[in-house]
Design a protein around this ligand. Structure first.
Ligand code: BJW
Length: 247
């Protein structure tokens, strides 16, 4: 066991962790893309109806990655990854690459990645940089026009659910950072972790839809809260474990 009996940690991040890097969140006041709700562009039906629109949405966001960088929250989580001696899994709902650019290694992208493509002709998945657009040619089978962003849209199964579920079942601490708790299955992770006996901590700009499910909620900017929490944890002073809490 490591500090205060915490050994296994699962961290879930959402759009709020990248907000201070200049990435728009989905459901805030700036949560629209050229007048479209995310639910209108992030579905297989939207892609079938208007592939040019959906490609434009993802091409614009992929292009933006080159103009932004990780912030203090990404860096603190990378420090935790490097220094935490127990098990750690960072599950991000984000499709940007800011966690890996900060240095996180024990990371998975449950909603896919902007910098990956998926060929609907041969089912191969591959790295993708730059514009994809409607005419993209699959690097594996050379078919044009059948490549889509490797992103998990509404109604599709998120990646690595089995691995995430196993990690949630064995974790001692579950921490949710910068997510509204509006989208399942990620919004249900806190319940799985609690049910399996983990302590639960939320770090968010404002109380989320799921705040009442957490042992402790701290409100503020991720760039400020996350480095403080990581320092507490690594120095053995983590309050979500050491202070008495009601459930
Ligand atoms: C800050 C901050 C700062 C701001 N510091 N904090 C009815 C009931 C229940 C479920 C369903 C239902 N009908 C359909 C469903 C299922 C559906 C779903 O949940 N829909 C809801 C809308 C109701 N889910 C799915 O379809 C998923 N698949 C699925 O369920 O498969 C079946 C299954 C069965 C059994 C097991 C497992 C699966 C797929 C969901 C795919 C989500 N895809 C998207 C878009 C693609 C990625 C992309 O284009 O980027 O993923 S939607 C969008 O929402 C994106 C995000 O990853 C996701 C979550 O959003 P997030 O990250 O929480 O962002 P926001 O904007 O909502 O919140 C930001 C937060 O940060 C806010 O709280 C701010 O306050 C805070 N913040 N600045 C700290 N500086």
């Amino acid at each position: 066991m490591t500090s205060h009996g915490i050994r296994n940690i699962v961290v879930l991040t959402g759009a709020g962790v990248s907000a201070e890097s200049g990435v728009a969140t989905f459901r805030g006041p700036d949560g629209l893309w050229e007048g479209h709700r995310v639910e209108d562009v992030a579905t297989p039906q939207a892609f079938a109806r208007d592939p040019a629109l959906v490609h434009a949405f993802y091409d614009a966001r992929r292009a933006k990655l080159g103009t932004i960088g990780p912030n203090a929250a990404h860096e603190a989580l990378a420090r935790l990854d490097c220094e935490w001696p127990g098990k750690l899994l960072l599950v991000t709902q984000n499709v940007d690459d800011l966690h890996e650019r900060a240095g996180s290694k024990r990371l998975l992208h449950m909603h896919g990645e902007l910098k990956r493509g998926w060929c609907l002709e041969c089912d191969d998945r591959f790295e993708w940089d730059g514009v994809m657009g409607e005419g993209a040619v699959c690097p594996a089978c050379a078919t044009p026009g059948r490549v889509r962003p490797d992103i998990v849209w509404f109604g599709e199964m998120p990646y690595e659910m089995e691995r995430i579920d196993e990690a949630l079942q064995r974790c001692d601490l579950f921490v949710s950072i910068g997510t509204s708790g509006a989208v399942y299955p990620a919004a249900g992770f806190v319940q799985t972790a609690r049910y399996c006996g983990a302590r639960t901590l939320e770090l968010n700009l404002e109380p989320s839809l799921a705040s009442f499910l957490f042992d402790e909620s701290r409100t503020g900017r991720a760039g400020e809260l996350v480095p403080v929490w990581v320092e507490e944890l690594l120095s053995g002073a983590h309050s979500a474990h050491s202070s008495p809490m009601s459930r």
